[in-house]
Ligand binder design. Structure first.
Ligand SMILES: CC(C)(COP(=O)(O)OP(=O)(O)OC[C@H]1O[C@@H](n2cnc3c(N)ncnc32)[C@H](O)[C@@H]1OP(=O)(O)O)[C@@H](O)C(=O)NCCC(=O)NCCS
Length: 184
């Protein structure tokens, strides 16, 4: 992982009144209730965490900021709102070529208020400002209207459609591929 990416992984980001805190194991308590909501996983293969201890164990692995083989940087931020509660999570995985892939969750009680757009926008801006990042993309189930609207609002462009990209929750998943044009 380049030193610049390693530094970014530990950087608190601001987006208006939102703060994005580099994910730590201790965030598991504040994020568990929101992340346990099964509706967040309708269009993604993951399942909700079974309990707070399982989530904490996952966050401990993510706090290494890199995959065990060292070929991926793991950048994750907890989204904090002004009342000091948490609204969700933004994830970026950066491969050895510098290509970043993003994913994100905004808890149901916080959705539809622009939090996703602002929080993901702050992460994308930070990645785009980093010369070691060569591409920023996302793969999104074609049925996931909210996620599609979010990336399109941030300027991502649809670059592909992969039919039967995955199979989960009893059915096939077609995926759109999105890329952010990096204007450097
Ligand atoms: C996708 C998600 C993060 C959006 O978060 P959010 O905070 O509600 O999004 P915002 O309020 O910032 O809205 C972003 C854009 O999406 C649109 N949008 C939000 N919910 C929508 C919905 N259900 N259907 C269609 N468009 C929607 C908004 O109008 C906005 O577009 P605009 O800026 O052009 O008006 C949230 O729905 C979520 O966590 N979903 C479950 C997890 C998930 O699927 N993650 C993506 C995996 S690829």
């Amino acid at each position: 992982m380049s030193p610049a990416i390693a530094a970014l992984a530990e950087t608190v980001l601001a987006a208006g009144e939102l703060r994005l805190e580099p994910l730590r194991p201790s965030h598991a308590e504040g994020l568990f209730d929101g992340l346990a909501d099964p509706t967040l996983y309708r269009f993604i293969p993951q399942q909700p965490p079974a309990d707070a201890a399982t989530l904490r164990a996952r966050f401990e692995r993510l706090a290494a900021r890199r995959s065990p083989a060292g070929d991926q940087a793991w950048l994750n931020w907890a989204i904090r709102v002004p009342d000091h509660s948490y609204a969700g999570l933004v994830e970026a995985t950066v491969g050895s070529s510098g290509a970043a892939d993003i994913a994100y969750f905004v808890f149901r009680r916080c959705q539809g208020r622009g939090i996703g757009r602002r929080a993901v926008g702050a992460v994308v801006a930070a990645l785009a400002a980093e010369p070691a990042v060569t591409a920023i993309g996302a793969s999104i189930d074609t049925r996931n209207a909210a996620s599609i609207a979010l990336v399109e609002a941030l300027g991502f462009e649809r670059t592909g459609l992969i039919r039967n990209a995955d199979h989960f929750k009893g059915g096939p998943s077609d995926e759109f591929r999105y890329q952010l044009p990096l204007r450097r």
